[in-house]
Design a binder for this molecule. Structure first.
Ligand SMILES: [Zn+2]
Length: 285
């Protein structure tokens, strides 16, 4: 948007004054039964944990009907989260459609949806200790689905060099290590993330993506209910709290803790893990 704008038409103001329409009114989205999930969570016991070291990624597995919690430990830290169907890694988190359905940032009661042609909830957020943050004076908020993941290709494009601990590379190594896939096959499965704890927005004047120091503090967490069997992959971003820069070893970085919890037998009643999307896939042929 750096070129001078073309001459505006006479009715430019009237065209700009048209009121926006919500693309996907989400009152017809299937609602998660949060009361059921929370009752099940109250009965749950911890079955495992993974500590993600700073500037590294780690995978974890969560069965449908279990819970996983991502916590800040030691110091403010942002995480980049990928989710795959544990049994078919090509079904993965669809950040773009999640954004279209829920908005730029997600919180309690909202869901992480999978890519086409599956388009079903993979996980539901049941607790967010940063839910109080809301939208700040700059238009910033927490846990975004507007960023992609920091990566060495953009770093190379903008500044040259070869930095190997961007979230993209951390997620790639972690997925290769966990699955045994060759590094470059694993890389093709890495996808746009949920930016856990990251505080971001778009500037009002230029529309640019911005970040600012995350409000997260040790003890804060984001907790999910797994709707399907999941392979999670989390990177502790080299940006640390993302207050200044990423794609370097400059920022102060901390680990992130992932904990898995399993509810007591029968607590979910006849809750069904969601099926893949109902569209018949004939595409008019
Ligand atoms: Zn990152």
């Amino acid at each position: 948007m750096t070129d001078a704008p073309a001459d505006a038409p006479l009715d430019a103001d009237a065209r700009r004054a048209v009121k926006p329409v919500i693309c996907y009114p989400n009152d017809s989205l299937p609602r998660p039964d949060l009361a059921l999930y929370r009752a099940a969570r109250a009965s749950a016991r911890k079955t495992g944990e993974v500590l993600v070291p700073p500037r590294e990624g780690r995978c974890f597995e969560v069965k449908a009907g279990q819970f996983f919690r991502i916590s800040s430990v030691e110091g403010p830290q942002v995480g980049d989260l990928n989710l795959h169907n544990l049994h078919d890694l090509t079904e993965r988190f669809f950040s773009g459609k999640t954004r279209a359905l829920h908005g730029t940032h997600v919180t309690t009661g909202e869901r992480l949806w999978s890519n086409l042609p599956y388009l079903r909830p993979m996980a539901t957020i049941i607790e967010d200790t940063l839910g109080w943050y809301g939208i700040d004076q700059y238009g910033g908020s927490v846990h975004d689905v507007i960023g992609t993941r920091c990566d060495p290709y953009t770093g190379n494009l903008l500044a040259g060099g070869h930095y190997h601990h961007c979230c993209h590379s951390n997620l790639t190594r972690a997925l290769a290590d966990h699955t045994g896939l060759p590094l470059h096959e694993a890389e093709m499965l890495v996808h746009d993330v949920l930016n856990v704890f990251m505080c971001t927005g778009f500037t009002r004047d230029t529309g640019q993506y911005f970040m600012k120091a995350s409000p997260v503090r040790p003890g804060d967490y984001l907790e999910f209910f797994a709707e399907i069997d999941l392979l999670g992959n989390l990177s502790a971003c080299p940006g640390g709290d993302c207050s200044s820069e990423h794609s370097s070893d400059t920022a102060s970085c901390h680990p992130l803790l992932v904990e898995i919890f399993a509810p007591a037998e029968g607590m979910l009643g006849d809750w069904p893990s969601p099926s893949v999307n109902g569209y018949d896939r004939s595409h008019g042929r």
